[in-house]
Ligand binder design. Structure first.
Ligand code: TXD
Length: 313
């Protein structure tokens, strides 16, 4: 049986980390694509030369030719510009929408059966463009944001209480912008609701930090986070490749769920061998519901603004 083929579109900070994770976890043969000559080839060769030490033996190819992604089983897309200090995710809209148009067209033509995970920002608009241009079923086009945002929430709660991150479960829903919604009523520490362990004012501060956590890293690094988004996308790819049926917060196309129709929004979904197999609807408090509505209206504005950078349907 042939190995699975994983195409990574974009060989920058996240793309390179994705390649490293795919290789070390043995997820499949890796094709690393970028428009910059030498960049994907150099990273692929460097990784290949680490293979004998770690024992990973998959093929790792760097390329500037889309023909090499032919027949990929999974495509993870990071192509585009990242934020610089002072920029919002939305500032990337025009340039990254045009890039997404090109990437999506090539995925549609060469990897028509792939499960596609979009990471490029502004995430909700980019995954919408990917869905529209590929025309793939909604089960096979999904955006990564919620796993990372939830992981940040879990990190900060664990730091606050001095407990293992493994004891903290949490969910951040909505768009991947500063109005994302950390859902306090579903955050638990060893099964105990977080509100019983941390005073409300501290939780307010922790949730504010979660919303700004991407910017906090940009200010330190002068570019976006890359380890954590890569780990998050790999969790999604593994859930698909191993049919895990894992409940994960991801940007999924809603068609009536949560009262939203026709937009990608971060919600809990089940990812398995069928891709995004189901959207899980959870009950929210009135405050959380209102925050989700605000976040969704922002997603709607962004998606509409992105239209002018796409070819007319
Ligand atoms: O959780 C999330 N969704 C995110 C998203 C968290 C952090 C960062 N996130 C976004 O991912 C970030 O704002 C960017 O939009 C993407 C990729 O971030 P990365 O840090 O990997 O950016 P790099 O290092 O600049 O890499 C992007 C690569 C770079 O090598 C470019 O040459 C390439 O994309 N690129 C292209 N590849 C293919 N095709 C085209 N047209 C193209 N244009 C640029």
């Amino acid at each position: 049986m042939a190995r699975k083929k994983i195409a990574l579109i974009g060989a920058g900070m996240i793309g390179g980390t994705l390649a490293h994770l795919c290789a070390s976890k043995g997820l499949g043969d890796v094709v690393l694509f970028d428009v910059i000559e030498g960049l994907p080839q150099g990273k692929a060769l460097d990784l290949l030369e680490a293979g004998p030490i770690e024992g990973f033996d998959a093929s790792i190819v760097g390329t500037n030719k889309y023909d090499d992604i032919q027949g990929a089983d999974v495509c993870i897309v990071t192509a585009g510009l990242p934020r610089k200090p002072g920029m919002s995710r939305d500032d990337l809209l025009s340039v990254n929408t045009k890039i997404m148009n090109d990437v999506a067209t090539n995925i549609r033509n060469r990897a028509p059966n792939a499960f596609v995970i979009v990471i490029t920002n502004p995430l909700d608009a980019m995954v919408t463009a990917m869905k529209r241009i590929t025309g793939f079923p909604k089960q096979r086009v999904v955006g990564q944001a919620g796993i990372l945002d939830s992981s940040r929430y879990r990190t900060f709660v664990a730091m606050e209480l001095g407990v293992s991150v493994q004891s903290v479960s949490a969910m951040v829903l909505g768009g991947h912008g500063d109005d994302m919604v950390p859902v306090r009523s579903y955050c638990q520490v060893g099964g105990v609701p977080v509100a019983k362990l941390i005073p409300a004012a501290r939780l307010d501060a922790i949730e504010a930090r979660v919303r700004q956590a991407g910017g906090e890293i940009v200010n330190l690094l002068k570019t976006s986070a890359f380890y954590s988004p890569a780990h998050a996308a790999i969790q999604m790819a593994e859930a698909y490749l191993y049919d895990r049926k894992q409940v994960l917060p991801c940007a999924a196309l809603l068609e009536g769920e949560y009262g939203v129709n026709g937009f990608y929004v971060g919600v809990p979904v089940i990812i398995g061998g069928g891709g995004v197999e189901r959207v899980v609807e959870i009950e929210l408090t009135a405050v959380e519901r209102q925050a989700l509505d605000v976040s969704v209206s922002h997603v709607r504005e962004l998606v509409e603004a992105a239209q002018k950078f796409l070819p007319t349907a």
